[in-house]
Design a protein around this ligand. Structure first.
Ligand code: DAK
Length: 254
């Protein structure tokens, strides 16, 4: 991999570090394909139960690579490799925690919105500056940003392009926690480690059900949830047995 670094810092956890520091981790096509391919591998690897996505202290990511030239006659934004990669990231079923320090702009901010939990370092800045280049956040941002922060705040961010700081992002719902900048990755790994100890079936089901609230009307979502009343897994039996026997559960993902 040329644009990302992949590691397994602790049991059950994959760490993906965006690694184009000179370009502030701008999301060129190659980087997006590498992230998508890595997530596909993680999806098929039962050992991996959660993923942490991070950048570096200066930038999580400054967004789509504005300098990248299109390969075909299509505008760069519309090339199928890009779009397929975004879809793969969007559909990844295991929990993803973003450890965000520095800039999270444009596509970088959109990427954080595809993560399930966002931990922001105090120096993080979130924004959608595409309007400044006469574009818009076309990788899901126009739809996800208002769902995350509400209409008037989304309009403020998207129409002025001005970034918001970490505390504002947290108050507005773009991040779950703000931590000292140098603690950001550790905190994200700590959360990922906790999730990795849970039943992977339950974790993936919870992710799918919560994401459903953004896709379906409430009555449809509730009836889908109701269908899961018949939920029976070995992990669930183990969870209950461990509680009764006052011991730590051993989840096997069955
Ligand atoms: N793309 C390519 N290179 C970038 C970049 C980007 N997004 N952001 C920064 N860089 C590069 C700079 O060009 C510079 O490279 P050199 O000149 O050293 O070669 C290097 O990173 C360091 O950047 P600066 O020198 O500018 O650093 P500063 O600290 O002064 O400023 C900054 C940091 C983040 C404020 C600034 O770099 C900046 O404003 N960057 C651009 C941020 C931005 O506009 N992001 C949004 C990109 S557009 C779609 C339609 C549109 C889109 C997607 C889909 N559809 C219709 C489907 C667009 C999405 C976007 O994300």
């Amino acid at each position: 991999m040329k644009n990302i670094i992949v590691s397994r810092p602790q049991s059950g956890v994959m760490l993906i570090t965006l690694n184009r520091p000179k370009a502030l981790n701008a999301l060129n096509k190659a980087l997006l394909v590498e992230v998508a391919t890595t997530l596909k591998d993680a999806e098929n690897d039962a050992e991996i139960r959660s993923v942490v996505l991070t950048g570096n202290e200066r930038a999580f990511s400054a967004g789509a690579d504005i300098k990248e030239m299109p390969e075909s006659g299509m505008p760069m934004w519309a090339e199928s490799k890009r779009l397929k990669s975004w879809k793969t990231i969007e559909r990844f079923p295991k929990p993803v925690i973003a450890a965000v320090t520095g800039w999270a702009l444009g596509g970088g901010c959109e990427l954080t919105m595809l993560c399930d939990i966002v931990i922001a370092g105090e120096n993080a800045r979130f924004g959608t500056p595409e309007v400044k280049i006469a574009a818009f956040s076309g990788d899901g941002g126009t739809q996800r940003l208002p769902r995350a922060v509400g209409k008037t705040r989304a309009m403020l961010m998207a129409l002025t392009g001005e970034p918001i700081d970490a505390r504002t992002a947290c108050d507005w719902g773009l991040a779950a926690e703000v931590v000292p900048t140098d603690r950001t990755l550790d905190r994200a790994l700590e959360i990922a480690g906790k999730i990795a100890e849970m039943s992977p079936i339950a974790a993936q089901m919870i992710k799918a059900e919560i994401l459903m609230t953004f896709e379906k009307p409430l009555d449809e979502g509730l009836s889908l949830e109701r269908k899961l009343l018949l939920w029976q897994t070995e992990d669930h039996d183990e969870g209950i047995a461990a509680f009764v026997e006052k011991r730590k559960p051993k989840f096997k993902g069955r």
